[in-house]
Design a binder for this molecule. Structure first.
Ligand code: SAM
Length: 279
């Protein structure tokens, strides 16, 4: 038996990795959180695959399924929404597999915050504005350590992505408003990448009212930061006067020292002797 902890992405089945899709298609057992995983992803499983909705199971019950098949040649796809490294609760399952000497592998997925950035058409780090993204949540039943309290993190004024907190957006705003000020832009995105996706943009001043009016209270992210203001410096990476290992700098007249073309044929890449690929 082998257990695959799979990042099932934010919802759209086309945002699954190729690896995740292949494993789901061949799995004998699929365990997924019904509250978060799109049914169209579950439908990729074999007709005779056994399905378990983990939203009604506790940890022991999930581990019990692993244990039951420990000595078989079965493949278990244990699906988690987004990427399992963020609020996925996979560490306790992996540690148990280690102890029980059960083979397992983690397949990363597209996190909801990455899908949100794509949907909002907003890069989360911009030169001259912020070079840091903080992924966090407000304290709930799972306590956030005091050192990571939202009000403390807010003092950094980085781009702030807040998970699992939309139902407490008033508390979120109370904690961050002193540091960010009332005019900092905020975006809230619900069910990103799904047909029901909704996006609300506003500022620290009015976002609570807008979210309440829209009735958004679950499966949503809150993103706060000056990156939305579009007042940034252009990147160094593609600047004419900035050279690096793969591209020489333009001379004072703006000309490149030798013709540099960024285009190659696929054949050139496939057929180039190993280690000498033009890319
Ligand atoms: C248990 S956490 C899982 C996060 C997941 N591992 C990830 O990488 O996106 C669930 C929270 O993630 C966010 N989330 C997950 N899927 C989402 C989606 N499709 N749209 C918006 N937010 C989502 C919400 O904040 C939700 O409360």
């Amino acid at each position: 038996m082998k257990v695959y902890f799979i990042g099932a992405g934010p919802g759209d089945p086309e945002l699954l990795t190729i690896k995740a899709k292949k494993i789901i298609e061949k799995a004998d057992i699929v365990i997924y959180a019904g509250s978060l995983i799109n049914k169209d992803i579950i439908k990729l499983a074999k007709k005779d695959a056994r399905l378990y909705d983990s939203s009604s199971m506790n940890l022991d019950e999930v581990l019990g399924v692993f244990k039951e098949h420990k000595h078989s040649d079965k493949i278990i796809a244990r699906m988690h929404s987004g990427d399992p490294s963020i609020y996925g609760a996979i560490q306790e399952q992996m540690d148990w597999c280690e102890k029980e000497r059960i083979a397992y592998e983690v397949i990363p997925g597209v996190s909801s915050f990455q899908a949100a950035s794509a949907s909002l058409r907003q890069e989360l780090v911009l030169p001259g504005v912020s070079q840091t993204v903080i992924l966090t949540r407000i304290s709930g039943r799972t306590k956030v350590p005091v050192k990571e309290d939202l009000a403390r993190l807010a003092r950094i004024r980085a781009t702030l992505v807040i998970f699992l907190s939309i139902d407490r957006i008033e508390d979120v705003v109370k904690k961050i408003k002193k540091s960010y000020g009332l005019n900092t832009p905020v975006a809230v995105i619900e069910k990103v990448s799904l047909p029901q996706e909704r996006k609300i943009t506003g500022t620290v001043r009015d976002i609570v009212k807008k979210v309440k009016m829209a009735g958004i209270n679950r499966q949503a992210l809150i993103i706060i930061g000056d990156v939305f203001k579009k007042n940034y410096q252009k990147s160094k990476l593609y600047a004419k006067d900035f050279g690096h290992m793969f591209r020489k700098r333009a001379n004072s007249r703006g000309h490149f020292p030798s013709a540099q073309k960024g285009t190659f044929s696929v054949r050139a890449i496939r057929e180039h002797p190993k280690g000498k690929c033009p890319l």
